[in-house]
Design a protein around this ligand. Structure first.
Ligand code: IPM
Ligand code: MG
Length: 362
């Protein structure tokens, strides 16, 4: 099994280092190879997704990704910005299905800005389509921007589009995921205004007929944004397009207390996947050793489960994380009165210790 390790920028290197230590502690046989991506790759090779990095990702069973981006690259022409690396990986590897679970850990109920009773026990799964929509519309690559901006331009546009096979395959992913959960899918659209999302809604409805055991409802994205903070536990699986999924998944993440806790998986049709925390590169705290590595560590667990066929190892990581939280250790983002504040490295140490202890005691 081969894992491509792409730490990227900002806190990416710090949090991926902890995930690697956790993987090492499992004593499984992996081949891991590290490469530059994002701003770090731009500095070294003049491109955020160098040919060698893409090649490594393609020939690996899974990619463990940190984060990319820094405000200092805002002046670069868009194709050279760090974010293009993650978009390029998604597109080139065909990673169309993005799983973003939002699970509220009982110990962290107090860290959410919502009332405890609204989020206690929350376990929802956002499934975001990842290689279509306005993110990959027609004008991409035919821009006339100067330093990434449009001085004096009279208009700018991005086209929103989906094809039938694109919507069908993500709908199947959602219904199949719902079958393993509470058998409910909410498809989020903007069919009242956008043709693309009327089309989306029609196709999801059609595919839904093949899953009579799964309950399907539809919700406009503005209402979904509202319902997510009003009564989040009413949702189970939420399936939506690339743009709405980007926004709603950040919102859902924050319900759980911290985006620093949430992993994600992006899969293609052969279960090759890219695994990354749901959060970004946080340049404001980079290099300080204070970032929460748990989202990345939990992403490594998803990687073991979805792409590397090691579900027991994934369970071991997840229960180690739970026991570390139960022991009261917290990074700054999830700290609250009465818990112990630790840094990135100490949090990684604690998860490694919990895993090794479990191995010894069976
Ligand atoms: C995400 C991020 C990316 C996106 C950026 C970094 C391109 O926000 O993974 O949610 O918009 O998809
Ligand atoms: Mg996002």
């Amino acid at each position: 099994m081969k894992i491509a390790v792409l730490p990227g920028d900002g806190i990416g290197t710090e949090i991926v280092a902890e995930a690697i230590r956790v993987l090492d502690a499992l004593d499984l046989q992996f081949e891991m190879e590290t490469a530059l991506v994002g701003g770090a790759a731009y500095e070294a090779h003049g491109h955020p997704l160098p040919e060698a990095t893409l090649k490594l990702a393609k020939e690996s069973d899974a990619v463990l990704f940190g984060a990319v981006g820094d405000w200092k690259y805002d002046k670069l022409d868009r194709p050279l910005r760090p974010e293009q690396a993650i978009l390029g990986l998604r597109k080139n590897l065909g990673l169309f299905a993005n799983f973003r679970p939002a699970i509220c850990y009982e110990q962290l109920v107090g860290a959410s800005s919502l009332k405890p009773e609204l989020i206690s026990g929350l376990d929802i799964l956002i499934i975001r389509e990842l290689t279509g929509d306005i993110y990959f519309g027609q004008p991409r690559g035919r821009r006339t921007a100067v330093d990434g901006h449009f001085p004096g331009a009279e208009e700018a546009f991005d086209t929103m589009r989906y094809s039938r096979p694109e919507v069908e395959r993500i709908a199947h992913v959602a219904f199949q995921a719902a079958r393993k959960r509470s058998k409910r899918v909410t498809s989020v659209d903007k069919a009242n205004v956008l043709e693309t999302f009327q089309f989306w809604k029609d196709i999801v409805t059609e595919v839904g007929k093949e899953y009579p055991d799964v309950e399907l409802d539809h919700m406009y994205v503005d209402n979904a944004a509202m319902q997510l903070v009003k009564a989040p536990k009413k949702f189970d699986v939420v399936v939506t397009g690339n743009m709405f999924g980007d926004i709603l998944s950040d919102e859902a993440a924050m319900l759980t207390g911290s985006i620093g806790m949430l992993p994600s998986a992006s899969l293609n049709s052969s279960n090759q996947g890219l695994y990354e925390p749901s959060h970004g590169s946080a340049p404001d705290i980079a290099g300080q050793g204070v970032a929460n590595p748990l989202a990345t560590i939990l992403s490594a667990a998803m990687m073991l489960r979805f792409s590397l066929n090691q579900p027991e190892a994934a369970d071991r990581i997840e229960s180690a994380v739970k026991s570390v939280l139960a022991s009261g250790l917290r990074t700054g983002d999830i700290w609250s009165e009465g818990t112990k504040r630790v840094g990135t490295r100490e949090m990684g140490d604690a998860v490694v210790a919990a895993i090794t202890k479990k191995t010894i005691t069976g």
